[in-house]
Design a protein around this ligand. Sequence first.
Ligand SMILES: Nc1ncnc2c1ncn2[C@@H]1O[C@H](COP(=O)(O)OP(=O)(O)OP(=O)(O)O)[C@@H](O)[C@H]1O
Length: 248
Amino acid sequence: MTSTNVLTINNLFFKYEKEVVLENINLEIKKNEFLTILGPNGGGKSTLLKIILGINPLQKGKIEIFGNPYLNELQNIGYVPQNTNINIDFPIKVLEVVMMGQNSFKKRLFGYKKDEKRNALDALEKVGMKDFFNYKISNLSGGQRQRVLIARALFSNPSILLLDEPTSNIDLQGCEQIYSVLKELSQEITIIVVSHDISIVLKYATKAVYINKKLTFHDLSRMKSEFQNINSHICEIELLEMLGKCKC
Ligand SMILES: Nc1ncnc2c1ncn2[C@@H]1O[C@H](COP(=O)(O)OP(=O)(O)OP(=O)(O)O)[C@@H](O)[C@H]1O
């Protein structure tokens, strides 16, 4: 039933000028699901996230969040963009970065309230970074910084967290930490993550879709067992190609 879905997308099409980028996309996501969106470069993954976020217009089709028109529910979405433009040399502390997750610039000019500071510390605790609240952002590793940016997206208590390739340029240990934080968060909120780290993300996600203009669902348990049966090393690009041809 549509009303129990956190996010519902029906018959969505999108084009940039004449180039059709997304074709007949249908998707339903329920509470506590951890969805991973896989696909080749240029397949349309970021475009879909930008439509859900109201950055790209909805040209054709329907999107609902909690059964309501999606544009009325944008405050329920937290977003961690790809290649966040944060200047790591800027002398800003972790807690301040998290509190930038609120919308009102006025509040920033006149200082933060006590409960906002508590909210920011709570968000940092959820990503395992509370002890670092007073560190300069420049003194953190890439993976730690990314967890702070996730805390920033959590600051306004969203019901859905969208992440666009949160682990690009982050080492394996940092990736695992980020995905296990997301898995923990999925107990409370819905996680949607665009990723190229297929082998890692399959350990954590509950649902996987592949987007290359069209969207196809993949049976995660079957994918996991098939990949486990492969003895030789297979790179992420080969895995993606296999997914593109897979019929599950
Ligand atoms: N603003 C834009 N104007 C015109 N074309 C665009 C624009 N943004 C993206 N595209 C094109 O739309 C297609 C889908 O791009 P998109 O960024 O959504 O793919 P993606 O799956 O997120 O790719 P990647 O994995 O490389 O980030 C590509 O062909 C891209 O060149």
